[in-house]
Design a protein around this ligand. Structure first.
Ligand SMILES: [Zn+2]
Length: 89
């Protein structure tokens, strides 16, 4: 199973005590968080790694995907700057 957001391969989420702190642990995420009116219905949930789920917090899936996309652009920008010194995005 891969994380809906980052695509990372996940590991089963439960240890014997039902608690795990592994970032790659598989969790169920509400695309629209409950606190923002999201439902508990199946079509509002996706499987996400614990790291993404925790970081996403109260953002909706769309908002969090924008954040991830923005980070990718920043990384690319930094990379281009190492090749083209006056690169401006
Ligand atoms: Zn993830």
């Amino acid at each position: 199973m891969q994380c809906y957001y980052c695509g990372k391969e996940m590991v089963p989420s439960t240890t014997r005590r039902g608690v795990t702190r592994v970032k790659e642990a598989q969790t169920k995420d509400h695309k629209i968080p409950k606190c923002r009116g999201g439902s508990l219905a199946q079509n509002n949930t996706v499987l996400a790694c614990a790291g993404c789920n925790e970081e996403k917090g109260q953002l909706t899936a769309d908002e969090y995907i924008l954040v991830l996309g923005y980070r990718k652009v920043l990384r690319l920008n930094r990379y281009y700057r190492t090749i083209v010194p006056n690169w401006v995005l």
